[in-house]
Every structure is written in C-alpha cells, then in structure tokens.
Design a protein around this ligand. Sequence first.
Ligand SMILES: NC(=O)c1ccc[n+]([C@@H]2O[C@H](COP(=O)([O-])OP(=O)(O)OC[C@H]3O[C@@H](n4cnc5c(N)ncnc54)[C@H](OP(=O)(O)O)[C@@H]3O)[C@@H](O)[C@H]2O)c1
Length: 305
Amino acid sequence: MDVNDRPTVLVIGATSSIGKFLVRELAAQPRSQNGRVLAAVRSEQKAESFRKQGIETVHLDLNQTETIASALQGVDRVFLVTGYTVDMLPQSKAVIDAAKKMGVQHIVHAGAWAPADTDLPHFGWHQYVESYIERSGIGYTHLQPNMFMQNLLGGNSLWESLGGSSKENGAIHFFLEDARIGWIAAEDIASVAAAVLREPAKHDGKAYVLSAEARSVPEIAEVLTEVLGKPFHSVPNSPDEFLAAVLKGGMEPTYAHCAHETLKRFGRGAIPGQADVYNNIEALTGKKAMLWRDFAVKHRGEFLY
Ligand SMILES: NC(=O)c1ccc[n+]([C@@H]2O[C@H](COP(=O)([O-])OP(=O)(O)OC[C@H]3O[C@@H](n4cnc5c(N)ncnc54)[C@H](OP(=O)(O)O)[C@@H]3O)[C@@H](O)[C@H]2O)c1
C-alpha cells in the first residue's frame, strides 16, 4: 500500500488490446479511488507514450525473471495478460511465483473461454495458469473472454497483419465461415478488470465468462452496413490462409497451429457453447455491454472506407 493506504496496481500487458483500455480507465479515476496505477512495459518507446498521458510505467520483460521481481516491488494487485505464444506458460508462472514472494494480494488473469474439457492446447494452457494461480494462495479473479470484437479491426498483434475491415470496399476478411460465435469488446473486458481491481474482495475466487453477443461475420457485416450507412460484406478466408499468413508474419508456431485448429472448429460451429452469451457486464461494471451496433459507432473511423 502507498503512504495513503491506497493499493498499487500493476498492469502487465499494458499495451495489449485489453491493457490499454484498462490503464486508461484506472488512471482516469482519482488515486483515492483506484490507487496508484503502474503500466508494465518492455521498451522505452512504449514507456514514453504512457508517460505522455501522465501514466507511470515500470520496466518488465516477461522473458527476464529479474525484471518481473523488480516491477512487483510494493505492488498489491496485478492484472496479467500474455501474448500469442506458448511462452505464456513460463511467463505466467514467473509472474505468479514472483507475486507470491512479493506479497501481491490479488491477481486478475485474462485467459480465454473454452469448454472445461477442451482438447485445444492453448485453451488448456490458460486453464493451467488459472490452476497455478489458485494453488499460489494469492487472491484471484479469472476473466474468460470469447472472441474479441477488436479482431475485426486488426487491433492486436495476432490480427493486425490479417485483414480486418478493408478500407477500399467494405470487405470484412475473417476466417470463420458463417458460424456464429460469442463476441466481447476489449473495452468491456478492461472495465470488468477495473471493477475487480477496485474491489478485489468482492470478486475473489470467481471466474467470469465474457461473451456479450453472438453473431456470424456476415451478420456483423449487415450491422456495419446499417449503422455506418455504407455497404460491408464478409469475405471468409480459410483457416489455412490464416496459418500461412501468421507463420510468415513470425508468429510463434505452436500457438499459431492451436489458433488454426480453433478457427477450423469455430468455423464449423463445432465447439459446444461457442455462441453462448452471458448477461453479466452491466452487473459487473455498471455499464451496458457493448454490442456490435455500439462497437460499430464507437469505431466508425476505423471501419469506414
Ligand atoms: N483475440 C481473441 O479473440 C482472444 C480471445 C480470448 C482470449 N484471448 C487471449 O488474449 C491474450 C492476448 O491478448 P491481446 O490480443 O490483447 O494480445 P496482444 O495485443 O498481443 O498483447 C500482448 C501483450 O503482452 C505483452 N508482451 C508480450 N511479450 C512480452 C514480454 N516478453 N514482456 C513483456 N510484455 C510482453 C505485449 O507487450 P508489447 O506491446 O511490448 O508487445 C502486449 O502488451 C492471449 O492470452 C489470448 O489467448 C484472445
């Protein structure tokens, strides 16, 4: 706790699609409400962009254990998200081990939704991380989001090289055929994380599946057409094209193959519960969940061509 008895919150993955909204949301509130907020970054360039917004940063490289321990000094609460790599396993373990040593009281982990008995490896890895957090004895809340709406904007490292909406002619390139899936905005995941980090005791030991609206990509194109007043259409690229593109782009191959298999199954509608939605955002955050219509309005400039 800081001198005013306010907690210090460390956001790991501060530049991620969730982390950037989370840091902004926490830093926008007075310190008396949210405590001290620290954005963990691994490069000076990224630190500088946070500092320009008046946000404190600390150096943390998930592949350098010593930086994790030093970033966690004096930290009470942690948000943890990792990237699209099998290294998420040793990286998350290093964070949890160091958090235990440094006396962290609560970890909010952003994992992924999947059926409990999933045989898709990367979903299992998130389950292992959750179990390891539970075993640590640190207070915890697990966030389990389904498909991020941001994927259609190329809004994170996985999707940025893969299309998303085309500026030329309203083509929405994605890899899901016509199957429905549950979507969630990164803004809402961040708001749930912020709510938990403000009052961790209320959410201790809980897991929240985050999936606000079920739509197929052609249905999303219809929503965009209606809301933005210009024609959009779905272009279903194949999961094999996804795999070739991400491997060419340098994505870590083990995770890339997991994502490829997941897209194949999602595209066939073959994962039980993939289109289930949960009406929990408003109860957790006090704000209505962002649906595709709201997302289209908010991100109008990014979709319009
Ligand atoms: N996309 C989806 O639909 C979806 C759905 C459910 C769950 N998920 C889960 O969401 C997570 C990815 O979230 P995202 O899309 O927001 O990812 P992202 O944009 O790729 O962000 C990954 C974050 O991790 C940081 N990072 C990566 N390697 C690091 C290192 N060595 N040291 C310090 N920081 C490092 C990145 O920082 P830099 O800026 O420095 O790279 C970035 O802040 C994955 O666990 C995935 O399984 C995704």
